[in-house]
Design a protein. Structure first.
Length: 183
C-alpha cells in the first residue's frame, strides 16, 4: 500500500499535470513575494506622508520665540595659551655625525590675536627653530642646563621674527621644551 501511494505521488510530479503543478507553485511563491514587497512599499509611503504632514504643521507654527542665552565668560587675555609647533624637529649637530631631536610648545599670555598669529606662522617658526638649532654645538646641548639654554635662545629668535615693526612686545612668553634628545 505504501508503494502504491509513493507511486501515485511520483506519477503526479512526473506526469502530464506536472507542468501545471509547477506553474501553480511558481505563481503562488511569486504572489507571496509580491505581497511582501507591496506591504513594505505601502508602509514606507505612509511614513513619508506622515513626516511630510509633520513638517508642514511645524512650518505653520512658525519659529520658536527667542530664548535668552547665558552670558559667555569674558576671555581673559592673561590666561596662558599653549601652541604646539607640531611634530618633533630633527637637526644635525656639527662634527661626529650627531643629531638633536626636539619637540616644543610655545606659551603666550597675550590673548587670542597673538595665539592666531603664532598658529598662522607655525611653519616659518619651525624653519626659524631649525636655523637656531643648526648653530648649536654638541657641548651646548649636552650641558646640564641645555634645556634652558635652548629654550631661551629660541624664545629670543622667535620673538624677533614675530615682533611687528620692532614694537618691543614679545608674542612668546616662554618656550617649553617637551623633549630634547641628542643622538
Amino acid at each position: 500500500m505504501v508503494k502504491r501511494i509513493l507511486g501515485a505521488i511520483i506519477a503526479a510530479f512526473t506526469g502530464p499535470f506536472a507542468i501545471a503543478f509547477y506553474a501553480a507553485i511558481f505563481i503562488a511563491v511569486g504572489g507571496i513575494a509580491g505581497f511582501v514587497v507591496y506591504s513594505k512599499m505601502e508602509a514606507a509611503e505612509a511614513a513619508r506622508k506622515a513626516a511630510e504632514k509633520a513638517a508642514i504643521e511645524e512650518a505653520a507654527r512658525g519659529p520658536l520665540p527667542p530664548q535668552r542665552v547665558p552670558d559667555a565668560p569674558q576671555d581673559d587675555p592673561f590666561v596662558p595659551r599653549y601652541i604646539s609647533l607640531g611634530d618633533e624637529i630633527l637637526s644635525n649637530l656639527p662634527g661626529r655625525r650627531r643629531a638633536l631631536i626636539i619637540q616644543l610648545e610655545l606659551m603666550t599670555q597675550r590673548g587670542e590675536e597673538v595665539e592666531a598669529l603664532i598658529t598662522k606662522n607655525r611653519m616659518p617658526l619651525r624653519a626659524m627653530t631649525l636655523a637656531v638649532l643648526s648653530e648649536l654645538k654638541v657641548e651646548d646641548v649636552t650641558r646640564p642646563d641645555a634645556t634652558q639654554l635652548v629654550a631661551e635662545r629660541l624664545r629670543i629668535a622667535l620673538n624677533n621674527f614675530l615682533r611687528p615693526g620692532n614694537s618691543g612686545i614679545n608674542a612668546i612668553d616662554q618656550v617649553l621644551v617637551k623633549r630634547l634628545f641628542v643622538q
